[in-house]
Write a protein that binds this ligand. Structure first.
Ligand SMILES: Nc1nc(=O)c2c([nH]1)NC[C@@H]1CN(c3ccc(C(=O)N[C@@H](CCC(=O)O)C(=O)O)cc3)C=[N+]21
Length: 300
């Protein structure tokens, strides 16, 4: 069997179109423009690329983009003062502090400082708790993007066995909650899981979010399963020339795509959905802040 390739890049474009339509309606009917603030501390080159992409796409869907670049040695108090200002600013509906941050700063404390209603990364403990207890939350962008791709591919997820490999607060745990809410039977597995390949072979939906390049092999995949590859790993690619690199996921695409029913590629799978869902979350946060109905099809 050869798997259907799930085109995350194309699907992300349709999500951005929906966001743009929602933004246009907000402007026309209510005179409100959603705003996203992105804070970048230091000069990590990969982070700079992501932040630039986010800024461009934010403006493309008609939102306001507020970029704040702080030096790598910024005192903690100064970063918190900025977050406090953004929390209080009615033009800002979403706040994202790009991770990783330099060692003298604490990601946990930074997230705790952000108003949960503006936490478009869905990382605040309030949002984690709301999601886990089935209430209205801000949901992390990557899990939300995975859920949208799965619903589009499979229709109903009810009763399916989902195995999530990875237990991070950013992806594994919230995605498991979302799948549970869609009535999957969910297993959260990880690198220490006993006989991981056998556990994975039971999955109708297999999510790889462990951060280990090409770890999930074709013989871990149940024939016909939907495979979602969350990993983004840069590895050496000497076949492309000296010093060259390429992006691979946590799934060994070549072998897995011969067994799966559907599979996301890397790049062009989950990655583009993450940024599209950041925009969707900003629109959702703006609607909630103004007591307006939430956009259709853009929330969990
Ligand atoms: N507070 C915070 N929230 C984040 O969500 C967050 C973060 N910090 N720090 C960094 C990671 C990484 N991340 C990506 C988003 C999109 C792509 C993406 O669009 N990737 C393209 C390829 C891009 C390329 O070619 O390098 C793709 O997979 O097709 C990748 C990675 C969000 N992150």
């Amino acid at each position: 069997m050869t798997a259907t390739i799930i085109d995350g890049k194309a699907f992300a474009a349709t999500v951005r179109e929906k966001v743009a339509a929602g933004v246009a309606t907000l402007k026309a009917d209510h005179g409100i423009t959603p705003g996203l603030a992105v804070v970048l501390v230091g000069e990590d080159p990969a982070s700079q690329v992501y932040v630039r992409n986010k800024g461009t796409q934010t403006i493309e869907v008609g939102m306001n983009s507020f970029e704040h670049k702080l030096p790598a040695d910024v005192p903690e108090a100064e970063l918190y003062a900025l977050i406090d200002r953004l929390n209080a600013d009615p033009a800002v509906h979403g706040i994202l502090v790009q991770f990783p941050v330099p060692d003298h700063l604490s990601e946990t404390d930074i997230v705790a400082r952000i108003d949960p209603a503006k936490d478009v990364d869905g990382l605040h403990v309030v949002n984690a708790g709301l999601l886990a207890s089935g209430q209205k939350a801000m949901v992390s962008c990557t899990p939300l993007g995975c859920l949208m791709l799965l619903r589009d591919q499979l229709g109903s997820l009810s009763g399916l066995n989902a195995v999530v490999v990875g237990r991070s607060n950013l992806v594994g745990k919230p995605l498991a909650q979302l799948l549970l809410r869609d009535s999957c039977t969910v297993t959260i597995a990880h690198s220490r899981t006993k006989d991981l390949p056998e556990v994975c072979r039971g999955a109708d939906i297999l999510i790889a979010a462990v951060g280990r390049p090409q770890m999930v092999k074709g013989d871990w995949v149940k024939p016909g399963a939907a495979v979602i590859d969350v990993g983004i790993n840069r590895i050496d690619a000497p076949e492309r020339g000296e010093g060259k690199t390429r992006l691979v996921g946590d799934v060994d695409f070549a072998s897995a795509s011969e067994v799966a029913g559907a599979i996301t590629p890397v790049p062009g799978g989950v990655g583009p959905m993450t940024i599209a869902c950041l925009l969707a979350n900003t629109l959702t946060a703006c609607c909630r802040a103004n007591d307006l109905p939430e956009p259709d099809g853009l929330t969990a």
